[in-house]
Design a protein around this ligand. Structure first.
Ligand code: OAD
Length: 243
């Protein structure tokens, strides 16, 4: 029953929205947050990913982000990222809503990427908000060229609001898609975790792709237990074969 509704959704979907989380990049070698070897198991978010931590010890927080930038710099988009980018050939519009800050969807070639939690690859002044272009060989916390303020990573920290324009575009995508995919996220961090529910309430067929169950699994129209890098190429093939 669900499978045939899924096949129908695949055949007829013109707008697809995709929400991704850390599991999307796991096969690229970027660690997730909550797995046994995940980032938040080794590091406490309260000590690193918030403004108070940065103000108390900018250098320490900066080094942690430098470490994550190095991992991401060495990573390559995996078969899942590439399949999502290729799907754009077969679907009128695909909006990606990502919680990831690694830029791998863009590197894979996806054209509409909404970074709900910002980007590891962008930086701005804590005081005046001006963007800062970080040099490849730059180490240590830089200062703003305009006002001398501290430069901070362009990610959303705990306790901060999501970028309003990105949220509005993501909400629009969730409300107006026929098919919504939620991939590689434990769906516990709000408000991002609202997205699949918004899509469902607006009538989209919602598919979850994850090797494990999540808080959202009971609400998914279909739950595919598998890895993004293996399941998305299969989905791409189905899109390519639809007439
Ligand atoms: P989590 O680490 O909470 O969840 C990763 C999910 O990916 C889990 O449900 C895994 O089962 C799944 N997973 C692992 N390998 C996978 C694979 N190969 N294919 C598909 N799924 C796989 O990461 P997020 O849900 O992204 O926020 O975490 C959400 C937010 O929590 C992050 O954006 C970050 C963090 O705190 C901020 O920093 C603001």
């Amino acid at each position: 029953m669900q499978t045939s509704r899924f096949e129908q959704a695949l055949r007829t979907a013109t707008r697809v929205a995709v929400m991704t989380g850390a599991g999307m990049s796991a096969e690229s070698g970027v660690p997730t947050f909550r797995a046994k070897d995940g980032i938040w198991v080794k590091f406490n978010p309260a000590e690193l990913a918030n403004i108070n931590a940065f103000m108390a010890n900018p250098q320490r927080v900066w080094e942690w982000y430098e470490h994550r930038r190095t991992i991401v710099g060495e990573a390559k988009p995996n078969a899942g990222h590439l399949a999502l980018a290729s799907m754009e050939r077969y679907v009128e519009r695909i909006d990606i809503i990502t919680q990831n800050v690694d830029g791998l969807h863009q590197r894979a070639g996806s054209t509409r990427v909404n970074e709900l939690h910002g980007s590891l690859l962008k930086h701005r002044c804590l005081d005046c908000g001006a963007d800062y272009e970080l040099g490849d060989d730059e180490h240590g916390v830089p200062h703003c060229l305009l006002c001398g303020g501290l430069i901070r990573p362009g990610v959303v920290w705990f306790g901060e609001e999501l970028p309003q324009d990105v949220w509005a575009r993501s909400e629009d995508a969730a409300q107006n898609c026929d098919l919504f995919l939620t991939i590689g996220t434990s769906a516990v961090v709000y408000p991002a975790a609202q997205m699949p529910m918004i899509a469902k309430e607006h009538g989209a067929f919602v598919v979850e792709i994850n090797p494990d169950g999540t808080d959202f699994t009971p609400f998914a129209d279909l739950s595919i237990r598998g890895k993004a890098g293996e399941e998305l190429p299969k989905l791409l093939k189905m899109f390519a074969e639809r007439t």
